[in-house]
Design a protein around this ligand. Structure first.
Ligand code: DLZ
Length: 161
């Protein structure tokens, strides 16, 4: 196995065998978010996460990720949350409002909460760019989301040791 994936150093990566991970995934652009979700779950399992410790919930669109991720954070049922969405630029300014709102909302959860929330939201100018990153020529970003969650849960735990 190579020692990096998508710029992430895999050396000293902790096992996810005792980690509980929540995933919130969007229905919007499901042809993109489903392969992102699948790669995220597969990678978590590959690094030891137990299937029964991976909680997956679905929301309509990326704007709803903020509320749903916050509910998961507050539930105390998980050690970290991965928010998965795909926002594709259209003909109206809607893209900018949703992308900005979603980004700010998830950033705020990270700044104020006590568990990490991973930003697994693709923001692309075209469907093609999204496909490239969801199992296409540029790989699958879901792997990166899972690895980042494992690293950040371990990071959060370093303050408990
Ligand atoms: C309305 C909308 C639009 C135009 N585009 C996207 C998108 O590309 N990706 C996405 O995840 N959601 C989109 N949405 C839906 C909004 O995120 C949200 O569900 C609605 O504005 C209702 O709050």
């Amino acid at each position: 196995m190579s020692s990096t994936i998508n710029n992430l150093n895999l050396q000293d990566l902790p096992s996810a065998s005792d980690m509980r991970v929540g995933i919130v995934v969007c229905e919007w652009n499901s042809h993109i978010t489903t392969p992102l979700l699948d790669a995220t779950v597969d990678t978590l399992k590959q690094y030891g996460a137990k299937p029964e410790h991976i909680m997956v919930r679905t929301v309509p669109g990326s704007f709803e990720l903020i509320f749903a991720a916050n509910q998961m954070v507050k539930s105390g049922l998980v050690d970290g949350v991965i928010a998965i969405g795909c926002i594709i630029r259209g003909d109206t300014p809607h893209f900018d409002f949703i992308a900005q709102g979603c980004t700010n909302g998830i950033a705020q959860l990270n700044a104020t909460g006590n568990i990490p929330v991973i930003f697994g939201v693709l923001t692309t100018n075209s469907v093609e760019q999204a496909v490239e990153r969801a199992g296409g020529t540029l790989g699958n970003k879901g792997e990166e989301y899972a690895l980042t969650a494992i690293k950040m849960i371990d990071y959060a735990r370093s303050y408990e040791r």
